[in-house]
Design a protein around this ligand. Sequence first.
Ligand SMILES: C[S@@+](CC[C@H](N)C(=O)[O-])C[C@H]1O[C@@H](n2cnc3c(N)ncnc32)[C@H](O)[C@@H]1O
Length: 239
Amino acid sequence: MTFRIKVRRKIKQYFFRLKLHKLIQPFAEGMLTLAYYSKFSQWCSEQGKNFLYKDLEIGTERRFGLYQFVFDHLHLDTAIQYLEFGVFKGESIRWWVETNKNPDSRFTGFDTFTGLPEDWNFRYEKGHFSTEGKTPDIRDSRCAFVAGLFQDTLQDYVNKTTLDKKTIVHLDADLYSSTLFVLTTLITKLKKGDVLIFDEFSVAKSEFRAFMDVVQSYNVKYKVIGAVNNYHQVAFEIA
Ligand SMILES: C[S@@+](CC[C@H](N)C(=O)[O-])C[C@H]1O[C@@H](n2cnc3c(N)ncnc32)[C@H](O)[C@@H]1O
């Protein structure tokens, strides 16, 4: 056993014995946030040149520019399967329903419609984004909503659906747990050319972290397409 391994083992032994978590725990979340921002910053600097579309000035409305670029670049006026995770009042799903007019397209929005199932951060607590069970008023027979926790509804949907059309997965659930669940459930069903769009990618400890965990665990190959709003909204194509 090398000297370094021996030292590491001793540190671990004393860490547990002395219950050092009591000292570290108050700073743990902050340190994790910093670590993920650092990973994210590194990822941006490595991937920056590969984006085909970049509009990094701050502004949430810039996400529609990203959707339009993805739509034009991939010629998404054909029959698509659009799945949105995190619908709230339906702003983004409405854009896709109105922009893609193909009669064979299908749009499905998943949400509790009673808000976030757990606290996200101090600003967005459990229940935030509740519409009190109301689904968006989108009158288009191609569009449907699935109410409930993704963890309770998605597997059933996947069992009954073949994702044979070009599939666009829009992840806008904010939470690490929700994003991780959706990605792990869908990733083996997705095919080359399918698209992933993230709405809060630069919240590094949530959506970025979930994506990176899945990329690593499932050996996912991807191409970046576009990023807007300081990498808050980012689109990828499965390679
Ligand atoms: C930021 S909002 C979505 C915004 C929306 N895409 C728009 O265009 O305005 C996030 C949504 O994710 C939903 N959500 C988060 N985790 C969920 C889960 N595990 N199951 C179901 N819905 C979830 C919340 O209920 C919330 O409505």
